[in-house]
Design a protein around this ligand. Structure first.
Ligand SMILES: [Zn+2]
Length: 408
């Protein structure tokens, strides 16, 4: 039987079948369960660290490190996984090298960088970095965007001038939204230039330019790209506002600019703009809209049970949702089952927050009055904070209550 190549996507099931001995079965099951749990939590890494009488598994998410300890375990090794990578023959004396695997879970692909390590005491450990893979071509219609919002977003993009910010903490989802927006505009009639830190996708007809690290060079690149006179100029970058400043400085008035930011909420994004070096006049005249995306895990549909909020959760709900009658909530949680790798979490759910800049908001931005901007924004009839949207889903038992407490 041919070995699966490292480039080919494996499923959790095919990983499990790679085990050949009882110890391998235990080890592979443990890795698969931790991996699936980590992917469902949108974790960036996990670690399996056996010691003499205990086994520690840790999962790193944007909210910190989750640790689990098992007091006893029947030995752990990662040889079966290594064999799957197809990069080398296994030999017990061979020190394990780092390897890569691509895993498919539901509709998503994840690239894993696995770092096996044997400690001085002879224990096999493994650290795994997880990166969700963008699938080409990304399509706005596939991103769980509600129909009305999708319509508003497309109208704003098609209007073809001004600045649209795409914001969110989660790198993968921000990137996916950014490339989907570019792809939506990608017709032969438009010249599109995208400045990026890394290019996960090469989209046909779009000019992808890698952003340099040095500040001075950034400005030069912006000036250069403006000479190309693109109809759409995008910036996909995860750090500071330097790019935004340089972009607005260099940008023409008849151009659409799409820029990504990495703030927790739209309000945080506006707060950051207020502290940046971006000239208020430029923001006021150019900013058209901000779209923020948040990702929360759903309750696993296979092991869903009624959740009775704790006293602490009742106090929290009273504080943030004072008008809510807890007896009207149908909260749920997952107990943990084989389908969700005992995590209790199902697929991830994207939640969007859309702010279209009104004349009032633009005037407030131009006079550097961010307080008025935020007041107009939050009082606007269409504005619904992500915490409210998430709470609505939690009340219907679709997402676990615990997963949205950090949003408030
Ligand atoms: Zn389940």
């Amino acid at each position: 039987m041919p070995r699966p190549s490292a480039e080919k996507a494996l499923t959790i099931q095919s990983l499990k079948q790679s085990a050949q001995t009882p110890v391998e079965t235990y080890s592979v099951e443990l890795v698969c369960q931790t991996l699936e749990h980590a992917c469902r939590l949108r974790a960036s890494a996990f670690y399996i660290e056996p010691e003499k009488e205990l086994l520690r598994t840790r999962i790193r998410t944007s909210r910190g490190l989750r640790e689990e300890i098992q007091p006893t375990y029947p030995g752990f090794n990662c040889e079966a996984l290594y064999r799957l990578s197809g990069t080398a023959d296994m030999s017990p004396n061979l020190s394990l090298k780092a390897f890569k695997l691509t895993i498919r879970l539901d509709e998503d692909l994840f690239q894993l960088q696995c770092f096996p390590l044997t400690t001085a005491q002879g224990f096999n450990q493994i650290s795994v970095k997880i990166q969700p893979q963008l699938q080409s071509p990304p399509i706005l219609d596939c991103l769980q965007i509600p129909p009305l919002l999708l319509h508003q977003l497309r109208d704003t993009l098609q209007a073809s001038r001004g600045l649209v910010l795409i914001n969110g903490e989660d790198d993968y989802n921000v990137r996916r939204l950014y490339f989907s927006a570019l792809q939506d505009l990608n017709t032969p009639a438009r010249k599109i230039v995208s400045l990026e830190e890394i290019s996960p996708l090469a989209l046909p007809r779009i000019t992808h330019v890698t952003l340099p690290r040095a500040t001075q060079s950034v400005r030069n690149v912006f000036n250069y790209t403006q000479k190309l006179a693109p109809d759409v100029l995008g910036v996909e970058h995860s750090t500071d506002d330097l790019h935004l400043t340089a972009l607005l400085h260099a940008a023409g008035n008849d151009q659409l600019q799409i820029v990504t930011t990495r703030e927790r909420s739209t309000l945080d994004c506006v707060r950051k703009l207020s502290r940046s070096e971006v000239a208020p006049g430029a923001l006021g005249s150019k900013l058209r809209a901000i779209l923020s995306v948040h990702v929360l895990p759903e309750v696993c549909a296979q092991c869903k049970v009624v959740h009775h909020p704790s006293d602490q959760q009742h106090a929290w709900m009273k504080q943030y949702f004072p008008g809510f009658d807890p007896s009207q909530g149908h909260f749920a949680q997952g107990e943990g089952c084989d389908a969700c790798a005992q995590s209790g979490y199902g697929k991830s759910r994207a939640i969007y927050e859309w702010t279209q800049v009104t004349p009032d908001m633009a005037a407030a931005l131009s006079s550097n009055d961010f307080e008025s901007f935020m007041t107009s924004m939050t009082l606007h009839e269409d504005f619904e904070p992500v915490s409210v949207k998430a709470f609505t889903l939690a009340r219907k038992g679709l997402i676990p209550l615990e997963s949205l407490q950090h949003l408030c």
